[in-house]
Design a protein around this ligand. Structure first.
Ligand code: ARG
Length: 572
């Protein structure tokens, strides 16, 4: 039951000129339960209703009909405060969770409409670093959240597999590289070559020209250049795949930048035809002075295309291919200007769908003051980070629960979960100073803490069943909710009730951290309930009621963890 909706419906006949939706939107959760369960701040209505706030609140209170959901109403200095009938509320919440099971909180807002999510998108021949982790995890969470709310998502890994850096890499490889070293050490060796290129080019700038030359050759289909490039791509993808496997992340498309090689010419023609391209010293660019932005270079004077060119082309292609409702791009805010520029170009091309392009920007990750620069090779390698976390978890399991089955798998789920959860805890736009200690912490508001609450709920269910099953074993919708009116149970039901709203907010704000933080609150409320109430008591009505509430928490924790890309082991 949607309590805001129900209360708003009762109020509507007494609030002339105010739409039902407006009332729903005005209802707030008071900061503490003494102030009620829902509250309508009437000062926002003074104008429309032409009365003093206190008068409005009094009047609404007098007019409010008897309703099973409501125990009493109070009018306090311009606030209309609703106090739920607690047994009714808890009963409704629990039966809704139990009835929906793992789909609790799912909705069909999207009605199958397409959302293209461009995320992760690491660069070939460069390490998958901690910055890409953010894009991967935010994108993956958005993918799951949008899908949960009825959208048909297309996850695109726009691999950075094209660009002038491949000219540099080819030069470096031909001058200083060896096939065996590259085969043996993969990206690490490619990165070393890339770093060496920059060191050498500082001393000998003509290397830059040579690199440009090789990139042009690559774009023109030169056989040697293409063979090397393909090989670099293959080696890099193999390593990226290991990380995606650890993270449990997949994509619907790996169409990277090179996918658009043969699709750019028509787009450039279109830009020309629409009078958007200006020639400047042999190069072609789009002027954006009118929008207070620097020009966007589309074709260099040697004919080479750019990141911009490929993004414009990719967007046109994606609109044609998927007819998306929204196309989302998840990258660091360092790329804000890039996206503003090319979104504007799409608009100038006359495409009304330019308004459906969304840049989901996130904060930068720095490493104890130093910047994470690929050129200098100063990076935290994600694979190393994940393995450290898994190792740490393995040690803890050995210590605390050496009998555990599937130790390896649980260590992966919890170790990786700690990193991902930490990454998705803060608002995405915030800069993050990466710390090994925080990323690997299991205490406080962490992934393992939430996973542990889930495992604990599973363990009580197993005990109740005397078996490995974590199902209820009785009809959870028929419990006596009056047994669940102690403050901890009510607080827990209140948290459970918020889940669907939080998921929807996370989608609207494109902010997975809303779900992450919600899960901490839910786990804390659960621990409060668990401490206050023995679950497996003699009295059958009480035991069933408590078990059902606990089952509701277990299900919701699991769904929530899944939405942000974490697994929920049943034992740990
Ligand atoms: N490869 C880029 C990087 O690592 C991210 C690509 C984002 N997607 C896009 N369509 N531009 O910074």
């Amino acid at each position: 039951m949607n309590f805001k909706q129900v209360i708003a419906e009762q109020l509507k006949p007494h609030m002339e000129g105010v739409e039902l939706e407006t009332i729903v939107g005005m209802l707030e959760y008071p900061p503490n339960p003494e102030m009620g369960d829902l509250s309508l701040p009437c000062f926002k209505l003074s104008k429309t209703m032409r009365k003093a706030p206190a008068q409005i609140a009094d009047q609404l209170k007098a007019a409010f009909p008897e309703h099973p959901a409501v125990e009493r109403i109070e009018s306090v200095s311009g606030y209309f405060n609703v106090y739920y009938n607690k047994a009714f509320f808890v009963g409704e919440v629990v039966s809704e969770v139990i009835g929906s099971g793992e789909r609790y909180g799912a909705q069909n807002i999207g009605q199958g409409k397409k959302i293209v999510i461009d995320f992760s998108s690491p660069n070939i021949a460069k390490p998958f670093h901690i910055g890409h982790l953010r894009s991967t995890m935010i994108g993956n969470a958005l993918y799951r959240i949008f899908s949960y709310l009825g959208y048909d998502c297309v996850g695109v890994n726009h691999l950075g597999d094209w660009g002038t850096q491949f000219g540099k890499l080819i030069v470096a490889y031909k001058k200083w590289g060896g096939a065996q070293e590259v085969e043996a050490n993969g990206i690490e060796e490619l990165l070393a070559l890339y770093v060496k290129f920059h060191e050498e080019a500082d001393k000998a700038p003509e290397l830059e020209d040579e690199a440009r030359g090789w990139f042009v050759k690559l774009e023109q289909g030169d056989e040697e250049a293409n063979k090397l490039w393909k090989w670099f791509v293959e080696i890099s993808l193999k390593e990226f795949q290991k990380i995606y496997d650890l993270l449990g992340v997949g994509f619907d498309s790996y169409a990277g930048e090179s996918f658009y090689n043969d699709k750019m010419a028509p787009v450039i023609e279109e830009l020309k035809a629409k009078n958007l391209l200006v020639e400047d010293d042999g190069a072609l660019l789009v002027r954006l002075d009118d929008y207070n932005m620097p020009p966007a270079l589309m074709v260099k004077k040697d004919g080479a295309t750019l990141y911009h060119t490929r993004d414009v082309t990719a967007a046109v292609y994606r609109k044609q291919t998927y007819d998306f409702e929204k196309a989302i791009y998840v990258t660091s805010y360092a790329q804000n200007l890039h996206f503003q520029q090319w979104f504007k170009i799409i608009e100038l091309m006359g495409y009304e769908w330019s308004k459906d392009l969304v840049h989901v920007a996130f904060g930068q990750v720095s490493l104890e003051g130093a910047s994470l620069s690929t050129r200098k090779g100063n990076v935290v390698k994600l694979e190393e980070l994940l393995h450290k976390a898994i190792e740490k978890t393995r040690v803890i399991i050995e210590e605390k629960n050496p009998q555990l089955a599937d130790k390896e798998e649980v260590a992966r789920q919890v170790g990786v979960g700690a990193i991902v959860f930490n990454d998705l805890s803060a608002n995405r736009i915030k800069d993050v100073v990466f710390s090994w200690e925080d990323a690997l912490s299991f205490d406080g508001e962490t992934g393992p803490y939430v996973q542990y609450a889930h495992a604990r709920a599973c363990s009580v269910l197993r005990k109740a069943n005397g078996s490995d099953s974590i199902e209820l074993g009785f009809d959870g919708s028929a419990i006596d909710a009056a047994q669940l009116t102690n403050p901890e149970a009510i607080e827990l039901a209140r948290q459970l009730y918020l889940f669907p709203e939080r998921v929807q907010q996370a989608m609207e704000k494109l902010e997975p951290s809303i779900v992450t933080r919600y899960l901490v609150d839910l786990a804390q409320s659960f621990n409060g309930f668990y401490r206050s109430s023995i679950i497996l008591v003699e009295d059958e009505a009480v035991r069933k009621a408590r078990l059902t509430l606990l089952k509701s928490v277990q299900t919701t924790l699991r769904s929530g963890l899944r939405l942000i890309g974490l697994e929920a082991p049943a034992q740990m």
